[in-house]
Design a binder for this molecule. Structure first.
Ligand code: NAD
Length: 477
């Protein structure tokens, strides 16, 4: 059963004041499965008052006790993972096993950030005068407005909520309207675990209306956004206008560089799984495959065979490896990029279109011979499409990898440590993984450079954007 999802404001689940709702659809069937409450300005004003009060309460709770509450939330999330995963698959489409893995990974992120709460150390700076004590103190930045997307309804939201709470901040999360139930269940575990009223609030509505109201509001001190580079630039500009700190986790167009000395079966296995997971709707999804001359033909054959073998179907079916796209607008978006690529000389190795006419299913697709002028070589595909190109010299591959303004994730496959080192130092990206898919664990940094954004949402770095550094100097006399 799919619920009608409410707002969570000041520790209570409430409908919008004016009763408005939006429909939620199952992308596998296109059926309306429930509704989500649609917040207006009156609701946002209540949420703003609540988050200010929630901050006042939460910041005074010791890091030790905050961590205890957070760890309880993580345990609740684990214990409810089966039910939450089902909701996520119904609203987002991904296979049940992926929904469950995302939910359990969310619990691990909460645990990691709970521990980081206890390590938000300041420091003592030796003073010139022996009677002076100089301390650097870390303080929570204040109430946070966070915006999380529909591709990972829990994973993107949990990074923001748990970093904020670990630092002692309170938060208003605007979660995705298209996939609202699983992030609502995430918020519920924090409330049930004992996070005080107002410290975690959840709203849905028209994204632009909410961001334009919350970001400039004087109560809000910090912004975090995950989504497209286009929207990220707008929100970062708004945050800048009002001198608000911001974390931006934006789009990517990850290169995968496969050298002649690589184990191509391993490369196909690792990158095939990463490419088609979540139907390719992942900011760190591998997209531009650059394969060295000697391996090129074999790689194209093997990767295309791997794409053909992906079983596409309703995420609730046990044998589905890839579900539908999460929303209807991804279909024309992908079709437009494909048509453009083919018109410019690209060759279709496999796939190439929508499957059926009910549910937003799309074939795992492989393109070759696509010129760099094609849109798909420049715009984030955000779908199950791999584009394979050939290169001869390492420098060519590095130049192509760095050609785009994106700089989120990159991958390399080689047995040479010299080449691996060259990629690790020369490829412009926030994250690079060699010979496997090794990203996005709670304990490692997660974030991009260039137009992929700024700030990290993982590792020891994740708490820092939610902390102010205060310098104190005391003369004891
Ligand atoms: P979009 O650019 O309209 O929206 C992207 C996300 O931003 C959505 O979650 C949306 O609710 C939110 N958003 C949009 N306008 C906003 C605003 N003014 N204020 C606050 N939030 C706002 O596109 P879309 O059709 O939802 O997604 C398509 C593109 O978005 C993809 O091609 C991909 O590039 C990008 N995207 C990236 C991620 C990521 O993990 N980095 C996640 C989802 C979408």
């Amino acid at each position: 059963m799919y619920p009608n999802v409410l707002l969570a404001i000041n520790g209570a689940w409430v409908p919008a004041k004016d009763g408005r709702t939006l429909d939620v659809r199952n992308p596998a069937t296109e059926e309306v499965i429930g509704t989500v409450a649609h917040a207006g300005k009156t609701d946002l004003d209540v949420a703003l008052a609540a988050v200010a009060q929630g901050f006042d309460t939460w910041r005074k709770i010791s890091a030790f006790d905050r961590a205890k509450i957070m760890r309880r939330a993580a345990e609740l999330l684990r214990s409810r993972a089966d039910d939450i995963a089902r909701l996520m698959t119904l609203e987002q489409g991904k296979p049940l096993a992926q929904s469950k893995a995302e939910t359990l990974a969310g619990a691990d992120i909460i645990d990691w950030m709970a521990e980081e709460a206890r390590r938000s150390y300041g420091r003592l700076v030796p003073a010139r005068n022996p009677q002076v004590q100089q301390m650097v103190i870390k303080e929570p930045v204040g109430p946070v407005a966070a915006f999380s997307p529909w591709n990972f309804p829990i994973n993107q939201a949990v990074r923001k909520i748990s970093s904020a709470l670990a630092a002692g901040c309170a938060i208003i999360l605007k979660a995705p309207e298209e996939t609202p139930a699983s992030p609502a269940e995430l918020v519920r575990v924090f409330m049930d675990a004992g996070v005080p009223a107002g410290a975690v609030n959840l709203v849905f509505g028209v994204p632009q209306e909410i961001s334009e109201y919350l970001i400039p509001h004087p109560i809000i001190r910090k912004i975090s956004f995950t989504g497209s580079t286009t929207i990220g630039k707008k929100l970062a500009a708004l945050a800048g206008t009002h001198m608000k700190r911001a974390t931006m986790e934006l789009g990517g167009h990850a290169p995968v560089i496969v050298f002649d000395d690589a184990d191509i079966d391993k490369a196909v296995a690792h990158m095939g799984a990463a490419k088609f997971r979540n139907a390719g709707q992942i900011c760190v999804a591998p997209t531009r495959f650059l394969v060295q001359q000697g391996h090129y033909d074999a790689f194209v054959d093997k990767f295309s065979a791997a794409a053909r073998a992906v079983k596409v179907g309703d995420g609730l079916a046990a044998d589905s490896a890839m579900g539908p796209l999460a929303n209807a607008r991804r279909i024309p978006a992908l079709e437009g990029m494909l048509q453009d690529a083919l018109a410019k000389g690209g060759k279709l190795q496999t796939g190439g279109g929508r499957i059926g006419n009910r549910g937003y299913f799309f074939e795992p697709t492989v393109l070759t011979d696509v010129p760099v002028t094609a849109r798909i070589m420049n715009e984030e595909p955000f779908g199950p499409i791999a584009i394979i190109s050939r290169f001869e010299k390492v420098e060519e591959a590095v130049t192509e990898a760095n050609r785009l303004p994106y700089g989120l994730a990159a991958y390399g496959f080689t047995r040479s440590s010299a080449r691996a080192h060259q990629l690790m130092t020369e490829v412009e990206s926030g994250m690079i993984s060699i010979n496997h898919y090794g990203l996005a664990l709670p304990e490692v940094p997660f974030g991009g450079i260039k137009e992929s954004g700024y700030g990290s949402e993982g590792g020891t770095e994740a708490i820092e954007p939610y902390l102010n550094t205060k310098f104190t100097s005391l003369l004891n006399d």
